[in-house]
Ligand binder design. Sequence first.
Ligand SMILES: Nc1ncnc2c1ncn2[C@@H]1O[C@H](COP(=O)(O)OP(=O)(O)OP(=O)(O)O)[C@@H](O)[C@H]1O
Ligand SMILES: [Mg+2]
Length: 226
Amino acid sequence: MIERVPTDIEGLDEMLGGGFLKKRHVLVTGGPGTGKTTFGMEFLYRGALRGEKGLMVMLEEKPEKLVENLQQGMDWDLEEQLKNDNIILVSIDSFSWERLSDTLQSYITRHNVKRVVVDTLTLLKMNTKDPFEFRRQIIGLLGFLENLDCTVLFTSEAPYPTREGARYSIEEFIVDGVIALYNIPIKNERRRALEILKMRGVDHSNAMYPFKITKSGIVIYPEEII
Ligand SMILES: Nc1ncnc2c1ncn2[C@@H]1O[C@H](COP(=O)(O)OP(=O)(O)OP(=O)(O)O)[C@@H](O)[C@H]1O
Ligand SMILES: [Mg+2]
């Protein structure tokens, strides 16, 4: 049996039957503001509390701004984890595949990182004009990550707000798991919802559940229906 990596995100581990599969890769996809970056940071924060080092490679946001935003919204003691290098935030501003894999390689091996987040793949996709080349690069990156002892989460921007409007993209087919985050318009407000689209090797929940972003993090309500 492959070891599980608990996310400790409220409600998610029960949907997954224990957590992500160790050393596998998962894509968190969703529209603007659906909580992709928060999800990624919580995965690292909960890992850090268990003594597993986390690395966040940021391609769009700046680390200082992300920390500032999280400190506004969350009651996590992020400062402590950052200070001790239990969570490492790195930003890449020249968008190339080589730069990304060099950065991953050096931080993961140097700091013995166990959980990695790449936020977001979308920029790399936009910077890789040919879809064949994008597919080739991403397969190469995943292959390279397999040789390192860490579980990886990617985020990507989905151009659709609801599952009805979903159009699948290359990266969703290649990765081991896909979690979709939605911000669904219902009457005069939007409701957040989450579903596991796939998770290779895992007997996971197939339902779409509502969730909230609270001060203590993401809370999924598997008892409720949207
Ligand atoms: N403490 C909080 N309570 C409720 N909602 C919060 C809290 N903190 C953040 N949020 C919500 O989280 C959203 C931002 O989430 P996040 O940045 O993770 O989304 P994202 O999917 O990464 O967005 P983007 O597409 O801009 O990268 C905010 O728009 C806000 O609605
Ligand atoms: Mg984001």
